[in-house]
Design a protein around this ligand. Structure first.
Ligand code: NAD
Ligand code: DAU
Length: 352
């Protein structure tokens, strides 16, 4: 691909900040524009490493704001979009579903419409890459893996809103010939994940000797992938993915929550210089997440076969490095968990 001008949405959040960092550093001849509304989950501290880069520009704005998008597309003449901006936390979707429909469904359609208008039906050399999740496929039993052909069966307001956005993206491709590619990834972990999600929340709570709230019996299963491996997969799909195709991305790395939590406790205790298992007593079984999906697991064979992508990180090294990052960046943790986070936390875990 010749030089690109790429709009990345949601670039000051967890995965988006890694994608921006990766693209800015890997492609100095590209222009990367990061559009982010900086909700509670977005934080410019995440992008300190590229803030002065010549090929990078940040714009604060909402993907639901058609005017901002129109101006931005006119000014920057984007050749591509990598769309990550979203409300991303399942628990928040249970208490506030409308926000998820607004950003994830309406925001995505608004963004595609802005690209359609700017590209004026001339899609040559253009692409719109929509980042989605494995949760759209619903929940697995003990056996089986999500494939690209697995029927959609979303079960939470979050996954329903992501499924809705995926449907609109495919509908735009089918109806208007809009040049799209989609990927659906499993659970990411790594530096800069907002500490409402399992791994950073538990690291922070272990650090403060606070209870570790395990939902239900802790036997729910997730497939974990390091965020750097996801960023590399996104680069591959953006550059080499076939238009109109979907790629599942996963780590071949399934863990029952409770088993992962024991390993995490061991690692955090070791890095904090505590006796092995000292924080085990913090484990607290709490009431389950309503409609909790039992198991997610991705079949990532297609992206491996077609694009030659496989994860670089082993979970052992990834988790060790992740724990070290949070324990070295306590200022970041303290910053993002101050203010509104306290209010969220006390409501979410009220009865514990
Ligand atoms: P995140 O919550 O950490 O970041 C989301 C970012 O989007 C934030 O910077 C936020 O400010 C921004 N944003 C929210 N609403 C916006 C709006 N209306 N306009 C502009 N910006 C807005 O999310 P994440 O975990 O980094 O996830 C990024 C994307 O990847 C999401 O689309 C999510 O569905 C998908 N995904 C996440 C995972 C995961 O494990 N975290 C796995 C698969 C797919
Ligand atoms: O599968 C991809 C999805 O992974 C992404 O699309 C979502 O954006 C991302 O948030 C993540 O969703 P999960 O719901 O799987 O992630 P979370 O970290 O919230 O929870 C992981 C598991 O841990 C899940 O089974 C619920 C459980 N859990 C979570 C929290 C926050 C607990 O037991 N206690 C908790 O306090």
């Amino acid at each position: 691909m010749e030089d690109q001008r790429i709009l990345i949405t949601g670039g000051a959040g967890f995965i988006g900040s890694h994608v921006v960092e990766h693209m800015v550093k890997s492609y100095p001849n590209y222009k990367i524009v990061n559009l982010d509304a900086l909700t509670y989950a977005g934080n410019l501290e995440n992008l300190k490493s590229v803030e002065g880069a010549e090929n990078y520009h940040f714009v604060k704005g909402d993907i639901c704001d058609a005017e901002i998008l129109k101006e931005l597309f006119e000014k920057e003449k984007f050749t591509g979009v990598i769309h990550l901006a979203a409300e991303s936390h399942v628990d928040r979707s249970i208490t506030n579903p409308l926000e998820f429909i607004q950003t994830n469904v309406l925001g995505t359609v608004n963004l595609m419409q802005a690209a359609m208008n700017a590209w004026k039906d001339d899609f040559e050399g253009k692409r719109f890459y929509h980042i989605s999740t494995d949760e759209v496929y619903g929940s697995l039993g003990k056996e089986g893996l999500f494939k690209e052909s697995t029927p959609y069966d979303p079960k939470s307001p979050y996954s329903a809103s992501k499924a809705g956005s995926d449907h609109f993206v495919r509908a735009y491709a089918n109806t208007y010939g809009f040049p799209v590619v989609i990927s659906n990834c499993s659970n990411n972990y790594g530096p800069r994940q907002f500490p409402e999600k399992l791994i950073p929340l538990f690291i922070n709570n272990i650090r403060h000797m606070q209870p570790l709230p395990v939902y239900g019996d802790g036997q729910y299963i997730r497939d974990w992938l390091h965020v750097h491996d996801h960023a590399k997969a996104i680069d591959k799909v953006y550059h080499e993915g076939k238009l109109g195709e979907t790629y599942n991305i996963g780590g071949w790395n399934e863990w029952a929550n409770i088993d992962l939590i024991h390993v995490l406790i061991k690692e955090v205790d070791a890095q904090l210089g505590r006796d092995s298992g000292a924080s085990e007593s913090l484990i607290t079984f709490v009431k389950d997440r309503p409609g909790h999906d039992k198991r997610y697991a991705i079949d990532a064979q297609k992206i491996k076969d077609d694009l030659g992508w496989t994860p670089d990180y082993t979970f052992e090294e990834g988790l060790k490095e992740t724990v070290a990052w949070y324990l070295e960046n306590t200022e970041w943790l303290d910053h993002v968990t101050s203010g509104a986070y306290q209010d969220y936390y006390s409501k979410q875990y009220a009865s514990e």
